[in-house]
Design a protein around this ligand. Structure first.
Ligand SMILES: CC(C)(COP(=O)(O)OP(=O)(O)OC[C@H]1O[C@@H](n2cnc3c(N)ncnc32)[C@H](O)[C@@H]1OP(=O)(O)O)[C@@H](O)C(=O)NCCC(=O)NCCS
Length: 159
């Protein structure tokens, strides 16, 4: 599926954007705990300058729905962040997460950003393995980043 997956960038003004965002909000609520979820702030996040959303769908016609998504923000001309990455449970382990991450990094590269960073809970072993495979390194452990009991790895990759 990885090679065949079509990766799209969301155009918030396109007529299908509402449906795509609704799908993503549903996935957000299912996959992430409330304090880590962007479900309630997705629309606001997307209005931010220099923020982009990449996604892929599965199914056709009425059955078409978002299979995975990645959000990135080019905060400065030097540094960008991957702020979200998730793949629907039934579509995992087929290369889609890697394809979405690579597409997001490529968007940052085209903006001539020098470093891409992200935060991830070390307990998310699948995600940590994916980021390492893509070339990210752990920079620091940030205690209490997500909540009192949940730390984060800060990871980065220089482009
Ligand atoms: C992390 C996530 C996006 C991976 O998506 P995916 O489509 O299953 O990943 P891929 O199939 O592209 O896998 C690419 C690499 O990631 C790693 N990986 C993915 N799933 C893994 C797992 N369950 N265990 C160990 N490594 C895993 C592997 O290195 C894999 O490479 P390989 O296939 O050569 O072994 C997905 O598991 C997910 O949505 N998890 C919940 C949300 C999350 O944790 N997001 C990150 C928040 S920072």
């Amino acid at each position: 599926m990885a090679a065949a997956a079509t990766i799209l960038e969301l155009d918030p003004s396109h007529e299908r954007a509402g449906r795509v965002i609704d799908d993503i909000v549903r996935l957000e609520k299912r996959i992430f705990p409330k304090h880590e979820s962007l479900a309630r702030s997705f629309h606001d996040e997307l209005k931010r300058r220099n923020t982009g959303l990449i996604y892929s769908t599965s199914g056709v016609g009425d059955d078409e729905e978002v299979a995975g998504y990645a959000m990135y923000t080019c905060a400065t001309s030097l540094c960008a962040s991957i702020t979200k990455l998730a793949v629907k449970e039934s579509c995992r382990r087929q290369g889609l997460g890697e394809a979405l991450l690579q597409a997001a990094v490529e968007k940052c590269r085209r903006r001539r950003v020098q470093r891409v960073s992200l935060h991830v809970d070390p307990a998310r072993t699948a995600a940590v393995a994916l980021y390492r495979k893509a070339g990210f390194q752990v920079d620091a452990t940030i205690e209490g980043y997500y909540s009192a009991q949940r730390n984060a790895y800060r990871m980065y990759m220089d482009l």
